[in-house]
Ligand binder design. Sequence first.
Ligand SMILES: Nc1ncnc2c1ncn2[C@@H]1O[C@H](COP(=O)(O)OP(=O)(O)O)[C@@H](O)[C@H]1O
Ligand SMILES: [Mg+2]
Length: 380
Amino acid sequence: MSIDNMTDEVAALIEPTGVDAVSFRGATRYYPKSDVAALDGFDLEVSAGEFMVLVGPSGSGKSTALRMLAGLEGVDAGSIHIGDVDVTHLPPIQRDIAMVFQDYALYPHMTVAENIGFHLKVAKVSRAEITARVNVTAEMLGLTPYLGRRPAALSGGQRQRVAMGRAIIRRPKVFLMDEPLSNLDAKLRTQTRNEIARLQRDLGITTIYVTHDQVEAMTMGDRVAVLRDGALQQCDRPKRLYQRPANTFVATFMGTPSMALLDAHLDGEAAALPGHAPIALTREQRAALTGGHVIVGVRPDAVSVVPAGQGIPGTVEVIEELGNESFLYVRAELAGQSATIAVQDRDGVMEIAPGAMVGLRVSPDMVHLFDGGTGLRLPD
Ligand SMILES: Nc1ncnc2c1ncn2[C@@H]1O[C@H](COP(=O)(O)OP(=O)(O)O)[C@@H](O)[C@H]1O
Ligand SMILES: [Mg+2]
């Protein structure tokens, strides 16, 4: 059942009590005995009702950011706001936030109904209201048949939904999820990811979702914030992150197979790639360079295979057949550097075996250009 098919009275049992924006302003966290910030001057504005995803490799500060917002971790500099309220120093209970953790943290001795209703019971909500709200929440999550079971008798996906139910039943202003799908197998992950996105749209609740999986980030978020080493790299709509990555880190992190990065040097008005026709740079691009080096970023759709002897010489290492598409991974040799470049085989017709010598031709208008010194994107 989705919230649209419910009567107003029933929907009111689970709709959030309010929808607020969240803002991190220079939020910084040093863990005890560490002189490196786990989160460093973090600025992020999440709009009311938005689905924001934080993505980045392990250790990049995603959980720290969520825990600071929830009040589970201190803020050493900067501030955090929910709506008009500066919550930086508010205890967790006063922040109106619910969080779903990676391990779900269900109570093993309680039934599904008791787990879902737990926070309401603690808050001394009447038994009749708890029952009504548990029933609506369970219905929405497809858990009605399991209300009497204990967590041990549930599948991983069902446990995940109980954890979600326990959080949304509180009608929080902000909903936080920290890698909630990492214990599920691949198929269930895809399915659950769609369910969570639908639930978020139905409830319209401001949500911050943490994952290290860039596919999850791209498919779920209204916007995606990419973190690395405690620092925000870029925050934008998924498509823009893919089309206009702000630096080489975002460029290689988002997209599978990864973008290949090739070193080129400035030769007159163009970037010279060994074995390849020069790639022309605009006046603005040349002006933005901090030195004589350019990084040419090549996604699989920006390169094609040509007969050996033409283009950049390479050797086919691996052929990846994905059914509807396939990729060749070509080890390319460019004077002094070798790089693996993934090539999309659009029609699946290339009759090439691993070990074959080929040439690669890059489409100059489809490459991404970055400064060789800073790794920052050159103006388009
Ligand atoms: N309780 C802690 N004490 C000390 N250091 C921590 C603690 N939790 C996390 N860290 C460190 O802070 C950094 C960010 O961690 P975390 O926010 O957990 O990253 P992520 O969630 O992106 O994997 C890492 O370097 C991690 O080792
Ligand atoms: Mg984490």
